[in-house]
Design a protein around this ligand. Structure first.
Ligand code: ACO
Length: 434
């Protein structure tokens, strides 16, 4: 007997003995051979639940979008290695791939590009939304709020056709909203998107152009940005993607789900890490430039300092995205004809950490955020916009995961269990008698 093609259940099950009773639990196997125990009937048959804080060892779904082998440092979107996509593809092509499962034909890509390009403008009334935000607001919650607010401008995406429209709208309008939030924060006029520019050049134009002079996006910078977006496009069931799925599982709208994903990404242990990396490098540069001293602090259990941009829940080997970005980082710095003190410090930190017992033992390697912030800095992106850039990149992944969830007949509203550890039943006493 072989694996059941519809359910992925393999013939060998797992036996669990509890309270004198043997329960047979099915084993499922993915296309790369990874296996999981299906515990859905565990509670009904034994009264037991499983405990797994942080969902470190819990599969929440089956997915055909992204494959990661953290032990070997492998990342593939829809079967295509990230290294090949990074070298040959564009962000919009990767977005299509994630959403549709296959690479587009030339005609499909042209049509998708045209559609996205023609939906980049925001409703004029929507522009006023940004005016009401405080000037010093962090652009991440502004973007999350703006994405949520799109649901007040467009009809609820409750049919397949409307979901598809909303997907194009989001991919098209997110860069405009991100750039508007930045322009508002620096008091400059908003720049309308330009349909004659490619996705990344248009974003650079909206960010750094102004009505008083011509703006030409540097092609090396535009390509570096496109690459960053490709590398961030999906990463299977991480914190923000799981948030998108969790919110989507209640049949909340696409905009609500993506807006929640943006908020989840904001945290310093997730998408906020690239901002923290720059702050860390700048702090080291300000103090005495000593990578050793900083690493000692990161290793000290009594010190809460961590080597930001290092370590990953899944990668226990070099994050393949960090390897690509290290090269891109050198390319953009060469382009501006200079050197970078921050890059020098980052490379020194990496070199020492990779041969330090503490980091080696715990299998801590640079993650995607270790070098991305330095590239954003060279492009002129302010530090508080770094997470927004991450969100721009992650958007197609969130959308693809939302679509997959929507089409999954096994989808049920997300609702984990708990082990209650609070007070047992006690009698209420009115306040005067206490
Ligand atoms: N610096 C110093 N020590 C670290 C670091 C680090 N960056 N990361 C992990 N450790 C240590 C922990 O102290 C722990 O040590 P212990 O076993 O002696 O207690 C051990 O390594 C395991 O770490 P955990 O926190 O248990 O690992 P977890 O999988 O929960 O966390 C995480 C992963 C959050 C990414 C963590 O490595 C971290 O905080 N890194 C820095 C922040 C960062 O770069 N985040 C970006 C992640 S990538 C992304 O979201 C795009």
């Amino acid at each position: 007997m072989t694996k059941d093609a519809a359910t992925n259940v393999v013939p060998e099950g797992v036996e669990l003995v509890y309270d004198g009773k043997t329960v047979e639990l099915p084993l499922v196997e993915g296309s790369e051979g990874e296996r999981g125990i299906d515990i859905r009937k565990l509670r009904a048959e034994t009264g037991l639940i499983t405990i797994d804080p942080g969902y470190v060892n819990t599969g929440s779904c089956s997915s055909a979008i992204t494959f990661i082998d953290g032990e070997k440092g492998i990342l593939r979107y829809r079967g295509y290695p990230i290294e090949e996509l990074a070298e040959h593809s564009t962000f919009l092509e990767v977005a299509w791939l994630l959403l549709n499962g296959e690479l587009p034909t030339e005609a499909e890509l042209a049509e998708f590009t045209t559609e996205v390009t023609r939906h980049t403008m925001l409703h004029e009334d929507f522009g006023r939304f940004f005016d009401f935000m405080p000037k010093n607001a962090h652009p991440m919650p502004v973007c999350a709020a703006a994405v949520g607010a799109l649901s007040t401008f467009y009809r609820e995406a409750n049919t397949d056709e409307r979901v598809q429209k909303a997907i194009v709208r989001l991919i098209a309008k997110m860069p405009t909203m991100a750039a508007y939030s930045y322009k508002h924060s620096i008091g400059q006029p908003r720049m309308y998107p330009r349909n004659d520019l490619d996705y990344s050049s248009n974003f650079l134009y909206m960010m750094f152009g102004n009505p008083c002079e011509a703006f030409q996006a540097d092609p090396v910078f535009a390509r570096a940005l496109d690459l960053l977006l490709i590398l961030h496009a999906d990463h299977e069931q991480n914190c923000s993607t799981s948030t998108v799925r969790m919110v989507g599982s209640s049949q909340a709208s696409l905009y609500a789900s993506i807006s929640s994903g943006i908020m989840a990404l904001w945290g310093p242990l997730h998408g906020g890490a690239n901002q923290k990396v720059i702050e860390m490098l700048e702090r080291i540069a300000r103090e005495d430039g000593s990578a050793d001293r900083f690493l000692n602090r990161a290793k000290d259990r009594d010190d809460t300092t961590r080597l930001m941009g290092f370590g990953h829940r899944v990668y226990k080997n070099y994050d393949p995205r960090a390897a690509i970005l290290k090269t891109t980082c050198k390319d953009v710095i060469e382009r501006i004809g200079g050197s970078s003190e921050l890059l020098d410090i980052a490379m020194r930190l990496e070199e020492i950490a990779l041969s330090d017992e503490y980091f080696v033992e715990r299998r801590l390697y640079p993650n995607v955020d270790f070098y991305s912030g330095i590239i954003y800095q060279v492009l002129g992106v302010p530090v508080n916009m770094f997470t927004v850039m991450f969100a721009l990149g992650r958007l197609p992944g969130w959308l693809a995961q939302f679509l997959e969830l929507r089409r999954d007949p096994a989808n049920r509203i997300g609702r984990p269990r708990q082990i209650y550890t609070g007070a047992t039943k006690r009698k209420y006493k009115p306040v005067k008698k206490r």
